[in-house]
Design a protein around this ligand. Structure first.
Ligand SMILES: CC(C)(COP(=O)(O)OP(=O)(O)OC[C@H]1O[C@@H](n2cnc3c(N)ncnc32)[C@H](O)[C@@H]1OP(=O)(O)O)[C@@H](O)C(=O)NCCC(=O)NCCS
Length: 161
């Protein structure tokens, strides 16, 4: 799949609204602060987190097929959130591409070597994806429902030193 990360536009938020089927899906994607239903026009404001950057994954027709954000995390890490892929294309590699590109962008933008995320324990698709991307669970920061996961890049190895 030919994809790129780009800044979301109005039409993209309209597309994203259609991916959220109910209150539970909304809360699991965006957290309890985002009400359901919501208007596409309000989504940028509803998803705002201090210092956050939002990105769409677009396909070869420039159609938005995924969305995610990053913002400053704990202890110099960068935190990724609100990861979602259009139900129409799930299972075809878009989630992996979105995460790989978003993580690279987050590291490049912030210089952080550690990337963190929160994922529901009962979300096997997302857990399997994050595990295959090298994230591991930090139980001390996790709750009964949500796992706190993290991955750290070895900068000296990355530079070939
Ligand atoms: C989680 C999500 C982003 C994955 O996107 P996707 O495009 O379906 O994922 P991909 O096709 O790139 O698959 C990547 C990996 O995810 C895992 N995965 C995807 N769908 C899966 C499923 N139904 N069951 C188990 N694992 C699954 C696999 O490890 C897969 O790797 P593989 O293809 O090598 O087996 C997508 O299901 C989604 O948007 N879910 C709703 C929102 C959500 O839960 N977001 C996560 C918030 S933390």
């Amino acid at each position: 799949m030919q994809t790129a990360l780009r800044t979301p536009e109005k039409a993209d938020y309209k597309a994203i609204v259609a991916w959220i089927s109910d209150k539970k899906a909304c809360s699991r994607w965006a957290g309890p602060s985002v009400p359901f239903p919501f208007a596409a026009a309000n989504l940028p404001e509803l998803l705002a987190v201090e210092g956050c950057s939002s990105y769409c994954l677009s396909d070869s027709d420039n159609r938005c097929v995924g969305f995610g954000q990053f913002w400053p995390g704990k202890q110099g890490a960068v935190h990724i959130g609100r990861i979602i892929v259009s139900p129409e294309v799930r299972g075809s590699g878009a989630g992996r591409l979105l995460c790989e590109k978003l993580i690279a962008k987050a590291r490049e933008a912030t210089g952080a070597s550690t990337v963190t995320l929160r994922v529901y324990r009962d979300n096997p698709a997302a857990r399997s994806l994050y595990s295959s991307l090298g994230f591991s669970v930090i139980e001390s920061e996790s709750t009964d429902d949500l796992l706190f996961i993290s991955t750290t890049v070895n900068r000296s190895r990355k530079a070939g030193a």
